[in-house]
Design a protein around this ligand. Structure first.
Ligand SMILES: [Zn+2]
Length: 359
């Protein structure tokens, strides 16, 4: 190489270097949010990826392997935790995928999301419930790979949630009392996208709601929920809020119907991210089961009464989960851009939390 060429090459390297610096200033949370959506397409769109993954099917098993492959590709050593359960008299099997990123402290923050889906017969591909929870956590795992965060972060991808939170129960049951003591917080992502409003819930202040084997251990400490609400108010995202109180459920408190419950029963403060709409007078009142006021998801929605035009004949009730709307193509028709935006929010929030959980 002569001198002129050498100088030219050095100049080029310099220019390319500058370009690299420019791309490095991109917000890593923006990058992670966009990856979360890309992985959601791979996971939940059956025309290009896995699609529906009903509990107990081969597709559920394949999804666990897909999650494991993704994590392995980013340098993790994920563990498949097999478990069995009985359903309608039949012995069934499933597995959790568990991965740990050691932190400065060996005290642990658990992030969890179930990867099985339901409503296959009506056309659901489990995009919002709970593909988005899974791929949001995957994008977080990718973004923090190789980093040393303040606390050890463990991500658990649960199987068999839709038939009664079997994966989270099996995971918690597998822990020794010392391992349980090390867990400072658990955040459950179950349908973090889809509905009109982003909420974070804590466990219920009435321990009887959770039916724990040992109620004396139960925790409903709302500190993880409150930390997440406050982190979501720091800009660059839609703030998450507390749901208003409704009969039996004080403001911001939820029931035991998802994977946070087994952790609360062991005295671990929990939080639960959920996108729905508690401002609708749904089939059973203002209980958050109706997710949207969008007319497309009602036979007829009446904005004045915040309910169905005719409560006796309504069949849809604004529900996305477990319906034909829980797939990316239908969601994009009805709510253009909503999933992309909401998955970016849940991913950004989880990244903020693992970097500064305030525990
Ligand atoms: Zn779910």
């Amino acid at each position: 190489m002569n001198k002129t060429l050498l100088l030219l090459s050095l100049t080029l390297v310099g220019l390319l270097g500058c370009q690299e610096d420019a791309t490095q200033t991109t917000d890593p949370a923006v990058e992670a949010g966009s990856k979360a959506f890309d992985y959601l397409v791979e996971l939940s769109d059956g025309s290009v990826g896995i699609g529906a993954r009903a509990t107990g099917t081969e597709a559920e098993t394949r999804t666990a392997e897909w999650i494991q492959d993704k994590l392995t590709g980013w340098g993790y050593s994920p563990e498949l935790q097999a478990f069995s359960y009985t359903r309608r008299g039949t012995e069934m099997s499933s597995q959790n995928v568990v991965v740990t990123l050691p932190g400065q402290s060996d005290q642990v923050v658990v992030l969890g999301a179930h990867y099985d889906s339901t409503g296959v017969s009506v056309g659901s591909e489990g995009a919002t419930d709970n593909g988005a929870g899974v791929t949001s956590l995957l994008a977080v795992a990718e973004a923090v790979a190789g980093k040393t965060l303040p606390y050890t972060v463990r991500m658990v991808f649960f199987g068999a949630e839709e038939v009664g939170t079997k994966g989270s129960e099996a995971y918690v049951a597998s822990l020794s009392s010392e391992q349980l003591t090390q867990i400072l917080a658990m955040v459950n992502l179950d349908t973090p996208v889809g509905g009109d409003i982003l909420y974070v819930h804590s466990a219920h202040s009435d321990e009887g709601e959770y039916g724990c084997d040992d109620a004396s251990r139960y925790s409903f400490d709302p500190k993880v929920r409150d930390r997440l609400i406050s982190l979501s108010q720091q800009g660059d995202m839609t703030p998450f809020v507390l749901h208003p109180s409704f009969p039996g459920y004080p403001e911001g408190e939820t029931g035991s119907w998802s994977d946070h419950a087994a952790f609360a029963c062991q005295g671990i403060p929990v939080a639960y991210l959920e996108a729905t709409n508690f401002g609708i007078n749904g089939e059973d009142g203002y209980d958050g089961y109706s997710q949207t006021t969008n007319a497309a998801l009602w036979d007829c929605y009446d904005a004045d009464s915040k309910s169905a035009c005719d409560r006796d004949s309504e069949t849809q009730w604004g529900k996305i989960w477990h319906t034909q709307y829980d797939r990316l193509d239908r969601m994009e028709e009805v709510f253009p851009g909503r999933i992309q935006s909401q998955i970016a929010d849940s991913t950004r929030l989880m990244l903020r939390f693992v970097q500064d959980p305030g525990l």
